[in-house]
Design a protein around this ligand. Structure first.
Ligand code: NAD
Length: 506
């Protein structure tokens, strides 16, 4: 059907025969996690570091170096010098470097995917798709540098020219989370670099290895020193320091709503800096009686539990019309219960661990609240036995809208399902929360589809489809899910400022 892979990752290659060898060699890469400052791979100046854990075992994989204040100062100076060089580099040359970086990411897909799975937990097939998706984002932005057009506005007399030009905004500070360690940094790095900006990125300390490999591909592709810098440390300290710094002209953040509000306020206070805020979501799914209910239920379960539900655009609260409810719940629950929980490096695994133990506590909170309100746990509902941060795929039925799982982003493998009667009622309930990232619906009625595509309050709407995250399409939210877009021409625009030039000959 039209239901597609939401991250446009392309098809993943079959598992390589030397699969365990690839995993073991990726594991060794974690002994050399570094910061990238001014073109050099370095340890933190004060020697501080934190443990990186394998979420499937809870065992350490390596040490993540922390940047000290002097390191951040050097990164700022490097980004400023890098901007002077890169913003004057012709677009056609920027394209060449980004295309070469994309080719290197594709070449190294297997080893990067193994690192991604080891540090983040998702099944290797998902990691391979994500790395291919990251390469595709580099390619798309590379091509788009050719179309950084301005325009000519008809002048009011014959001795004047009126031009509109687009220029890179300046050095960018980027902050990315741990759920898509390749895709999210790729969006920010490739977007900034395509526009002619330099960048200091602080990827999540929980998934540094994948981001480092992307940066390595950029450097190996010939990116000049200082254009891309990568640091790790205490997130709140690094973000505050960089946002305050006069050199930084743009902030781009993906993460939780609370942190996004804090960073946007800092950016306003210190230089009224431009922001792109890609924050949390709690995507509603409306399933109508006239939908292909069985197909919808299977697709919903597949996308809900992808990356163990730790996806900001995951379908995450389900409203099913009364006539379809029983059938939907039955197929959805069966599909969820059939998932195979395990380490992402195990070829038979279809759902990996959660990224950290904070998420386990959060899942317990949703299930306890549902039970206290008379909800039914149809499958799962508990942590899985053994080491690692595993939570069973969980389906909660008969939930009222007041239940915590219906109101708050679950960001994990807990799926709450409720009933509805009419379109008007469903739309009202779908739009009732402060989130506005993604929304989905399943129906075969053209009238219903039109009403929903117009009426759903979200930055991305999928109708009979989950394919809303593509390199060529804008990705972003409204309401408290944030502002600005990544991807599409809008994604490049996020790193550009518009200048109007009136030029007269006297
Ligand atoms: P969190 O808010 O503590 O962290 C989310 C990310 O933001 C992490 O990568 C973290 O390093 C970073 N971060 C935290 N404080 C920061 C600061 N002051 N400055 C800069 N970066 C900062 O939440 P968590 O427990 O790691 O994750 C759970 C929640 O985060 C989820 O409920 C979800 O809402 C949100 N989240 C959203 C996305 C997304 O794609 N929008 C991705 C990951 C997490």
């Amino acid at each position: 059907g039209a239901v597609g892979a939401p991250n446009g990752g392309g098809s993943a290659p079959a598992a390589s025969p030397e699969f365990p060898a690839a995993v073991e060699s990726a594991r060794r890469q974690f002994s050399r996690l570094k910061l990238l400052i001014g073109g050099a791979w370095v340890d933190g100046g004060e020697g501080a570091a934190e443990d990186l854990l394998d979420p499937a075992t809870g065992e350490p994989l390596g040490k993540v170096p922390h940047a000290c204040t002097a390191d951040l100062q050097r990164a700022l100076a490097a980004a400023q010098d890098g901007f002077a060089v890169w913003s004057r580099t012709p677009a056609i040359e920027r394209r060449r470097v980004l295309m070469r970086a994309a080719a290197l990411i594709r070449e190294r897909q297997e080893s990067i995917a193994c690192m991604l799975t080891l540090e983040q937990g998702k099944p290797l097939a998902e990691a391979r798709g994500e790395v291919a998706g990251a390469a595709e984002i580099f390619e798309w932005y590379a091509e788009e540098t050719r179309r950084l057009y301005g325009r000519v506005i008809p002048a009011r007399n014959n001795t004047t020219q009126q031009l509109v030009v687009q220029q890179p905004v300046g050095p960018v500070a980027a902050f990315t989370p741990w759920n898509f360690p390749a895709l999210t940094p790729a969006r920010k790095i490739a977007g900034a670099l395509a526009a002619g900006c330099s960048c200091i990125i602080k990827p999540a300390e929980e998934t540094p290895g994948t981001a480092i490999e992307l940066a390595r591909a950029c450097m190996d592709a010939g990116l000049p020193a200082g254009v891309l810098n990568m640091v790790f440390g205490v997130p709140s300290e690094i973000s505050e320091f960089l946002i305050r710094a006069p050199q930084i002209r743009k902030i781009t953040f993906t993460g939780s709503i609370a942190v996004g509000k804090h960073l946007a306020a800092l950016a306003a206070q210190h230089g009224l800096k431009r922001c792109t805020m890609e924050l949390g979501g709690h995507a509603p799914v409306l399933v109508f009686d006239d939908a292909s209910v069985e197909q919808a239920a299977q697709a919903c379960a597949a996308f809900k539990f992808r990356n163990a539900g730790q996806v900001c655009i995951a379908p995450s609260r389900f409203y099913v019309q009364r006539g379809a409810y029983e059938r939907f719940v039955e197929v959805f629950t069966r599909t969820a219960a059939a998932l195979r929980l395990g380490a992402g490096t195990d070829a038979s695994t279809t759902m990996g661990p959660l990224a950290n133990d904070r998420r386990l506590a959060a899942m317990a909170g949703f299930v306890e609240d549902a039970a206290a309100r008379g909800g039914r746990v149809l499958t799962g509902g508990a942590r899985a036995e053994g080491p690692g941060f595993f939570w069973q795929p969980t389906v909660l039925a008969e939930l009222l809208d007041e239940a915590k799982a219906m109101r708050e982003e679950t960001f994990g493998p807990v799926a709450p399902i409720a009933r509805f009667d009419t379109l008007e009622e469903a739309l009202l309930r779908a739009n009732s929360l402060p989130y506005g990232l993604a929304a989905y619906a399943f129906s075969s009625s053209a009238a219903t589809m039109m009403a929903l595509s117009a009426g759903l309050e979200a930055g991305m709407v999928g109708i009979n489809s989950f394919a809303v995250s593509l390199a060529e399409a804008p990705f972003g939210g409204i309401k408290e899910s944030g502002y600005g877009s990544e991807g599409g021409v809008e994604g490049l625009g996020a790193y550009l400022v518009t200048k109007f030039v009136a030029q007269a000959s006297l």
